[in-house]
Design a protein around this ligand. Structure first.
Ligand SMILES: *[C@@H]1O[C@H](CO)[C@@H](O)[C@H](O)[C@H]1NC(C)=O
Ligand SMILES: [Cu+2]
Length: 165
């Protein structure tokens, strides 16, 4: 009987699938947050952003804001070109589409002082890219969706098991 093998495979799938599908939450600037002290070129370096991941901008809401902007506005630090402004001080932005995304602080002088972030969101929704590694202890990329994702995948695996046997 192959059912034990099948169960073993399903168990493995149930464990591996969540790590493929789970979204990563990136705390922009890590401990520094969204601040004049941040270096967002350095922060973004080496990070892989995928569709469905989120950026979290943490800052005192009376000090800064976050503007989504195009390349030209980004280069010129021209906040009048902003496409969207958020300013709660704990802004969560979901990366909905692949491609380059530009963000600046719209407070006068802050973008020029370094409060600007460009990222490249990789792949389409179907790209089965495994995350490079499990989160390292010093990484502030939290796997918020991991738990939900595990539950969903666990349920799916059960359904699959019923269909297959
Ligand atoms: C920010 O980091 C990048 C990459 O490490 C570096 O080239 C650049 O000089 C830094 N900028 C500042 C203002 O420190
Ligand atoms: Cu600012």
């Amino acid at each position: 009987m192959a059912s034990k093998q099948m169960l073993a495979i399903l168990a493995v799938v149930a464990v591996i699938l969540p790590s493929i599908t789970m979204a990563t939450e990136f705390i922009v600037g890590d401990e520094v947050g969204w601040s004049l002290k941040g270096n967002y070129t350095a922060w973004a370096m080496g990070k892989v952003f995928n569709v469905g991941d989120t950026l979290v901008f943490n800052y005192p809401s009376d000090k800064h804001n976050v503007q989504k902007i195009g390349l030209d506005g980004f280069k010129a630090c021209d906040s009048s070109k902003a496409l969207e402004t958020v300013k709660t001080g704990k802004d969560v932005i979901t990366l909905a589409k692949p491609g380059k995304k530009w963000y600046i602080c719209g407070i006068s002088g802050h973008c020029d002082a370094g409060m600007k972030l460009v990222i490249n969101v990789a792949g389409g929704a179907m790209a089965p890219t495994l995350p490079p590694t499990a989160p390292s202890p010093d990484s502030s990329a939290h796997m918020t969706a991991a738990f939900c994702s595990k539950l969903v995948m666990g349920a799916l695996s059960l359904v699959m098991a019923f269909i297959l046997f």
